[in-house]
Design a protein around this ligand. Sequence first.
Ligand SMILES: [Ca+2]
Ligand SMILES: [Ca+2]
Length: 344
Amino acid sequence: MKRLLLVALLLFKWMTYAQTNLIKNGGFEAELSYWRGNDIATISPYDKKTGKNGCTINQYVGEQWKGIDQIIPLPKNTIALELSGWVKSDGVEKGKNEWNTGKFDIEFLSSGEKGIQNESIAAVVGTTPWTFYQKRVYVPDGASKLRIMLALGQTNGTLFFDDIKAIPITQEQLNKFQEEENTKRMAAIEPSKESKVTLFTNGDFENGNTAWRGNASTSNTVTKEGKAALMIQSSTFDWNGIDQIADVPEKATTITISGWLKSEKIQQGKDTWNNGLLNVAFAGNDNQKTGDDQNISFVTGTTDWTFYTKTFPLPSGTKKYRIMVALGFATGTLYADAINVTFN
Ligand SMILES: [Ca+2]
Ligand SMILES: [Ca+2]
């Protein structure tokens, strides 16, 4: 439940940044205006998710490719898109090819409308109720247009679509999102009572998620030491991470953070920090940042267990530190184990 709430909050936060839907008539309230192939689909006032209308595509025999599409220019500085929509299906047959499904696809195009990259937002078979699909996709180099496709991919059945959206996201928005997320988490630290010092614990993940905040699980099969290691997996370019806040001992002048990281097929986002990462942040008694976040390591691709360590001078006024392990707007799997913090 907690986890669901966090996801909901993050989504809500996300949606407040960008509202512009690039797709024209994505809710089909203007029937099939702006969509190409409008002799293929029909408009129904009964099978809809919102408003007055929804879109229906069906065929009973023939297994033809049946679809409608729309090509839209991407606004400048769009680095990612949040694609979403409601899809329902009735008796969609699964053929022998991967594309023989009900489809909500996108294709990035060059300015001359040459195909650059395809992505599937939803692939549905059988009979399914109205379901909300959502995916964040990075804009590949050279793309200046986007094609939205809603189709029966050479298969029979009936598909229903409504509220199709493509929301552009800029690097600035992505950075701002992360910064606000950091600030919010820092602010959530409870003021520590003078006599009580919070120590960094469970860096070896032998006690599961104890002492860590956030959305992650542990692996009992892939470990560096002991019986468990942290495992963070993501198939979307979201922020997926955990963190832990502890007190800096009095008179400490430097902090050394070390740990073992392992990566599996981590695909970097647009920036170098859009990766598997081990970071530290510093704050004073008032929870205000006392210095820049520091990185112990970024990992990408597939790497075996590797030991990373770094020592940083503690910024003046630092009373607390926050250790973060995350897949920051990257996809793949990150493992971490035996994270340790020492002071001098
Ligand atoms: Ca509608
Ligand atoms: Ca362990």
